[in-house]
Design a binder for this molecule. Structure first.
Ligand code: KIV
Length: 258
């Protein structure tokens, strides 16, 4: 498998759709790697793995721990580090933290949330050799400020955000929680790939949170999540069977004993 680069990803604009999925550990990263173009170590891990109510309490140390594991499990994958809340409040802080990402892990790029107001930060990072993916539309790190997760309808704002980030130098954009028709307009307005999540099909690729699409995360399910597997049910059935067999002394049997 040939590893994607910023150049090969940008070249996919308007061509073959880009496939992206989150990954939080080596075991699953290795399973996902052959089928996807990019692995995102998303701060969504703070909810599905760390059991917190939103992504805001994720830290650099926590994200680095998971990123190192993902890079170890999938060394041939293009891995993106999701900058946690508070780690990119100004250009200097953002660069210091991005340097940490490159020095302490093998991540290929970082992702940060926000639109035109983040353009000066993105520009500073790109000028210093950091590959940056943008994230506009519904911003999970703004959930407390916004009072919930809401679909974004403001076309002018989204167009300004996409264009400002492209000018600042992002190599691709995530567009989250936007009606399909509007997502198409945003996608057509820039020359970099737009990866949708809850943004319909007229974009350059898709990303999903792995524990959502495998049906493992049961707290809530956004409308845009398609479950490709009944993960929670399968796991519960397997563990139930194991527990039953331990109690009835059916396990271990002869085949599983020395
Ligand atoms: O943290 C994450 O998993 C993300 C995706 C929702 C794109 O940012």
């Amino acid at each position: 498998m040939k590893k994607e680069t910023v150049r090969t990803i940008k070249a996919r604009k308007g061509k073959e759709k880009l496939v992206m999925i989150t990954a939080y550990d080596a075991l699953f990263a290795k399973l996902f790697a052959p089928f996807v173009d990019m692995l995102l170590v998303g701060d969504s891990l703070n909810m599905s793995f760390a059991g917190r109510k939103d992504t805001l309490s994720a830290t650099m140390d926590q994200m680095l721990y998971h990123t190192k594991a993902v890079c170890a499990g999938a060394p041939q994958s293009f891995v993106i580090f999701d900058m946690p809340y508070g780690s990119y409040t100004d250009p200097t802080t953002a660069l210091q933290n991005a340097i940490r990402v490159y020095q302490e892990s093998d991540a290929d790029a970082i992702k940060l949330e926000g639109g035109e107001e983040k353009a000066p930060i993105v520009k500073h990072l790109v000028q210093n050799g950091v590959a940056v993916m943008g994230h506009i539309g519904l911003l999970p790190q703004h959930v407390r400020g916004e009072g919930g997760y809401k679909v974004v309808h403001d076309q002018n704002r989204l167009l300004r955000d996409a264009q400002a980030l492209e000018e600042a130098g992002v190599f691709a954009l995530i567009l989250e929680g936007v009606k399909a028709t509007l997502a198409k307009d945003i996608t057509d307005s820039v020359s970099i790939p737009v990866i949708g999540i809850g943004a319909g099909t007229d974009v350059d690729g898709q990303v999903l949170v792995w524990s959502d699409m495998l049906g493992l995360f049961e707290e809530f399910k956004p409308k845009f999540v398609k479950k490709y597997c009944e993960g929670a049910r399968l796991v519960k059935e397997a563990v139930q069977r194991y527990a039953d067999e331990v109690k009835s002394a059916q396990f271990p049997d002869k085949d599983h004993s020395y």
